[in-house]
Write a protein that binds this ligand. Structure first.
Ligand code: 6PG
Length: 247
């Protein structure tokens, strides 16, 4: 697969955005009749999507037994902490519908973020069946992403060494640039890129300033994060920069 230009899809508001995201999740699932891997994202942006996936007509169209749910980054907090990204996804939909063995949290009970990263990398490699990513065989069907006010995505913060990782799939991030100020564990750009589709969600006026910078090509983590397949930005009207209003 070769990477493509990013595609921007502008929608009216956050509610429509969640519906369009849910349709894209279903489309990615429908495109693969075998084992499916989806990397979820953290923060508040995906919550409305998660709620839709737990609701008809979406819930009944999801072949829960065939989908493996991973997470693109995690806060280094206990699994049941309300700051945990996977705990949020579990609470909203996964624990009700996904078989427990299909849920793949980052093991934050490890001794350190680095150790958790090494364990999760091992889990991903064993799931993938190889220690090297093959561009012709993506790790994930879909990777969900968000963007923070400083332009970070996953837990890849501007100027942090984790951003330049080229070989490891998962890294420990000793400190965060934004709240919550806890260490993180994050998939790296090459691991996140190994997907058929990378889908960013950004809604609300507070996102507009950083979207202006990211979409104009500034060298920020969220701009550098690109799928080897399709990269899609789902943006609502309030978040959409002036220059992209005709997009
Ligand atoms: C996290 C995230 C992070 C998030 C952005 C956007 O652990 O916080 O994975 O990358 O996606 O910060 O967060 P919001 O959706 O809350 O704006």
């Amino acid at each position: 697969m070769t990477g493509s230009e990013r595609k921007i899809i502008a929608v009216a508001d956050a509610a429509v955005l969640a519906k369009v995201a849910a349709e894209r999740v279903l489309a990615r699932i429908a495109a693969n009749g075998g084992r499916i891997a989806i990397a979820l994202s953290g923060g508040s942006s995906p919550k409305a999507l998660y709620e839709l996936l737990a609701t008809e007509p979406y819930r009944g169209q999801i072949p829960w037994d065939r989908i493996n749910w991973f997470i693109g980054d995690e806060r280094f907090v206990p699994a049941n902490d309300n700051r945990s990204n996977m705990a949020t996804a579990r609470g909203i939909f996964l624990d009700r519908f996904a078989p427990p063995s299909n849920i793949h949290p980052i093991p934050t009970n490890a001794a350190s973020p680095d150790e958790a990263a090494a364990l999760y990398e091992q889990e991903l490699m064993s799931f993938y069946g190889a220690r090297q990513l093959d561009p012709a065989r993506p790790l994930f069907d879909l990777v969900l992403m968000g963007v923070g006010p400083d332009g970070h995505t996953a837990s890849l913060f501007p100027g942090f060494p984790a951003l330049d990782e080229t070989t490891r799939w998962v890294v420990g991030v000793p400190e965060a640039n934004v709240e919550p100020f806890v260490p993180r564990v994050s998939l790296t750009l090459p691991a996140l890129a190994s997907c058929r589709e990378m889908l960013f969600e950004a809604a609300g006026a507070p996102k507009r300033a950083i979207l202006t910078r990211v979409l104009s090509g500034e060298n920020l983590p969220a701009a550098r994060a690109q799928s080897n397949g399709e990269t899609v930005w789902l943006v609502d009207r309030a978040a959409l920069p002036e220059d992209f209003r005709g997009a």
